[in-house]
Design a protein around this ligand. Sequence first.
Ligand code: NAD
Ligand code: DAU
Length: 358
Amino acid sequence: MSMELRKYKTILVTGGAGFIGNHVVRHMVKKYPQTKVVNLDKLTYAGNLENLRDIENAENYVFEKVCITDVKETARVFQTHKPDVVIHLAAESHVDRSIVSPLEFVETNTVGTANLLNQAKNLWIAEGFAGKLFYQVSTDEVYGSLGPSGYFNEETKYDPRSPYSASKAAADHLVMAYYHTFGLPVVITNCSNNYGPYQFPEKLIPLIINNIRHGRPLPVYGDGSNVRDWLYVTDHVTAIDLAAHQGRIGETYNVGGHNEHRNLTIVQTLCDLVDGKLGNTQGTSRNLITFVRDRPGHDQRYAIDADKIKSELGWTPAINLKEGLSLTVDWYFDNDRWLENVTSGAYKEYYEKMYKVT
Ligand code: NAD
Ligand code: DAU
């Protein structure tokens, strides 16, 4: 088993202005000051350069506003920066949106990934694949839905159920196809539900925190019995760093925190946490919980067996759920302006001012 530590001159991160991406970019810029970090992002509704204000002037950071399906523009970025690793996060990521607009998900998540694989192959084939890596950041949702027991491991058969997970599964298959057919060096990680600062407030945890702030109903789909396995976002970032530098070529690794909880429990915990922090009578926020129509095709349960990345790469999550939820609630309460900007759309003006686009 090779545990070679790869070193990179230039890291291309796609989707670096999104939730997980901004944490990845910040981590790489700070931890590897001699490495150029190129952030390629289209800035969809989910991409926000305000997330990167603290490092935007770093000498080793470059931003490229490009769509991953644009063949000409992505070719220009690959030719200009000549990355030796691509950490691919850019995607349409919200399951509910994929039910409304499935084709956008296929276009970005599947076709966009195919284009990036091709760009990487075209750039690297001339100089040889040694020391290069195409790293696909994927999801546990590709495995489908579990019953009351059991875990997803790396041998679990793909069985995606939503347009989002199907578009990611197709992308993962293309990644492996480029590995087997062309010898492109690849690694895939499949991670469980992330939460933490800078997550767009359409996802369960920030949506609930934001609605409690405004005294709005807290929508729980179905009976709230669906189970997700929660991981604090910076723990995902340390897994990405390890897998990018030491992951075995051609392998997949599952990443998850062993924090499986029913949605209703997560919502109730958030209510109690906020009431405690604001000095409200316990139960005040729970009164806002509202059961609503279920998500079509709603996967019942996800749970990750993360033994492989733990034993091979020494990954361990540092933040437990209690601590992580508390940090997250504090962050959203301390960052009112960020929340107001992303819910009003004002954050788009930041890019226009910063890059003088009219
Ligand atoms: P996000 O929606 O917060 O961010 C996505 C980013 O991709 C945004 O900055 C957006 O502007 C950019 N983007 C979208 N379409 C693009 C395009 N066509 N070209 C260039 N950029 C584009 O997503 P996230 O939650 O940070 O997820 C990032 C990645 O991690 C995704 O690939 C997702 O499947 C995967 N993932 C997410 C989770 C999770 O819990 N959030 C868990 C496991 C895996
Ligand atoms: O498992 C990893 C996946 O986690 C990622 O690949 C996706 O990009 C990410 O969005 C997330 O998908 P989920 O669908 O699990 O996350 P979401 O926050 O949308 O929902 C979490 C659970 O909460 C899910 O069972 C649906 C439920 N839910 C969600 C919302 C938005 C509610 O009950 N009410 C809500 O308002």
